[in-house]
Design a protein around this ligand. Sequence first.
Ligand code: ASP
Length: 558
Amino acid sequence: MNIIKYRTHTCGELNTNNIGQYVILSGWIHNIRNFGYFSFLDLRDRFGITQLKINNQIYNTSVISNESIITIKGTVLERSKINENLYTGKIEVLVNKIKVLNDSKKIPIIIANKKNNESIRLKYRYLDLRSELLTNNIIMRNKTYIEIRKYLLNCSFLEIDTPILSVPTSEGARNFTVKYRFDQKYSYSLSQSPQIFKQLLMIGGFDKYFQFAKCFRDEDFRRNRQIEFTQLDCEMSFINSDEILKIFERLIIILIKKFNGENIKRIKRITYKEAIEKYGTDKPDTRYSLKFTNITKLVFNDNINIVKPKKQTIAIKIPFYFFKNNNNVYKSLIKTVKTNDIKIKDIVFISNNIVNKAKYNITKKIKNNIKKLVKASKKDIIVIFFDQNFLKLGKLRKTIYKTLRPKLKKKISPLWITKFPLFKQVNNKLKSVHHPFTAPIPEHIKYLKTKPEIVKSQSYDLIINGIEIGGGSIRINKKDLQKKIFSILGYSKQKIKVEFGFFLEALEFGTPPHGGIAFGIERLMSILTLEKDIKNFIAFPKNKYGIDLMCKTPRKIF
Ligand code: ASP
């Protein structure tokens, strides 16, 4: 048998220490430059690129095409012209044997070009994976897994798999179902998350669990959403929410430092209520300030009531750095306000310059007090809004940022949001804000029946740059309370029995207090690298309609 040796080194490995050595390399032809007597060929594998020098008399390079796969043998030489950008840039290999292992047809996409039509890139994903961008991202994803594993294993977590052919967990999306072959009346649900199983692991005694879990959610299609994605899923027993946040704050800080370079000391925590009142959203982007200050009292305490009846009054300070290069800041602001459905007469600018014609006249004294309260410097602009709801102002805050596009001081700004309401109203029905296993805060249990809408939960979300990266909660560990929540959510007795009977029963056998969290791996990657498209971190993603253009699936299965 003729045994071929394909390589002694990778294409990213040789340097001046190897000069004079006889080596074997294999890889793809990245490009070929023909200089008459000699050709220079860049040979690429996932480790790097090595320059080959080929005597055209020995081998005619014009017969091979880019992206063909070859094996060569040759001697490592010092290069006359150094390429500082490559680890191998000080050497080249003078080739004396070359074998084409598999020729490549003309490549239908230009590799390493993000601007390629996305459908073509997805159709030829295996070619696009050869690009520097995707190679680096997939390698980085791998390194992130290693870092996470290292940290969690060090904190005594155990990595445990849970089923994918599973049961519905009421995670808020539709389920994908798989028919049971022996009885078509029955189906499995593809796991939306390991929620129930990780809680059962706590009941089974496996305190401190984690897994990189595949999750399947049949949600409405949106850009940058995948129906199949990965979560770092964790659960712990005998723990409170403060302890959980501390463990994962450290992990997130380590990952940000390692993969983004930013040095974050602490991750601030604010409650859901504060988030809404300060930023008008539960997912605030805190790379920039534009915080709201409620000045209702200040404005109305000053005997000179400028508005009747008393209306909620909010001030937003726009710091000078937001508009220092914009000569038309007022025009931009007025346009932004209008496009956000707020009437110009309901706002007042406080600044050194022009002021809109508002229907309210604020006295000088109040103006000075407002400036003091929001700590405005002379050059900042303060905009005052009368009678506007927080969510509307939250959208406006975002558009002010997008319109003025200031240079940001922080690249990454993580924030914990805590104590979400337990329920939200959707079409006159109560739904869980997180999921039905989330524990209410103990002081609010008494309101569950009478005023469920005011009940807060022991929950938390991690928001980075305005994007939800993870979330979790302390769970309910008593059967009666869990049952009560199911019935408040309107689940029928039948549904409770059939879907959750086994789980309710498990809660009766010494269930420890427990809680956990899960992070979206692709979103986390995209934030760490500031690379927007989550598909760039998935080897084989689906398009925005959930279609795999390469395998052409979903399709009829014969
Ligand atoms: N299972 C939850 C989710 O997927 C996370 C958690 O509560 O731990 O959002």
